[in-house]
Ligand binder design. Sequence first.
Ligand SMILES: C[S@@+](CC[C@H](N)C(=O)[O-])C[C@H]1O[C@@H](n2cnc3c(N)ncnc32)[C@H](O)[C@@H]1O
Length: 281
Amino acid sequence: MSYTIEDVHNKIKKLLYSLTGITLTENKDIMISNRIDKLRRNCNYYGDIMELLISIEQGKNVTEFINSFTTNKTHFFREDFHFIDLKNRVLPELYKAGQKASIWCSASSTGEEPYSIAMTVLETNEELHYNIQASITATDIDTNVLQYAADGIYRYSKSSKEFPSWIKPQKYFKKRVQENLTGEEILIKVKDELKRMITFHVMNLNDDSYPFSNNQFDVIFCRNVLIYFSVEDQNNILKKIFKHLKIGGTLYIGHSENPQDLIHYVRRVGQNIFVKEKDLI
Ligand SMILES: C[S@@+](CC[C@H](N)C(=O)[O-])C[C@H]1O[C@@H](n2cnc3c(N)ncnc32)[C@H](O)[C@@H]1O
């Protein structure tokens, strides 16, 4: 088969868009090459790349393809002002209303975000003598990161500033002994108390509809995922997500994301924090 690197990259962009909605912008050639290597490893296939892509187009190795091309960068308490808002505003309001907290983390990656949410709930309960029950639904399109999240084992270095001062990681993680880690890094494993608060599911934000009821969630996190979509698709996804947020519920989005089409239906209460005022017409 005769083709150029550009043909391969174009086929990948088309496939990725149709399977996930992710739009790869220009200047991503090095990234695409690295991901092709990952795809080969994930499929254990070292033959003709175009043949592999055609087989994916025909429905084979689709999961391996998606898992190879998602970007999963995350960390505990990323953009920590969202967790502070959850602790100081949202959870006290729910507690006073005698409600449980139903929370959706819509691009949970390797789990740091939903576990940060769970730690925030437990910490709030302890600090304010509440007993809020929280159920956290964590979804992602990438099955590998979901498995990683469900395992709940992370590298931790005491000098890292990943956890804010109001969280003591030793309360929520067990230390794991690992022979071959160097320096001061250790492995830590999420305690069961935290795990029990979260259910992990595969879900594609690009699907036409989502498997939740209208107005189901008090809180939705949709952070640092829409940046991989075109502006038009970002708006469409946000509108689909918004249906599942209760009126009065809170939407947290990433720093470079913008709820353009929702602007008349929300009240901005903080940095990328929006409270739903009414349903979309
Ligand atoms: C950069 S991570 C962000 C993780 C976390 N929300 C945060 O802010 O740290 C983006 C995640 O979005 C997921 N993702 C990409 N496209 C998706 C889609 N169509 N549906 C669901 N998840 C998707 C990726 O698999 C990845 O784990």
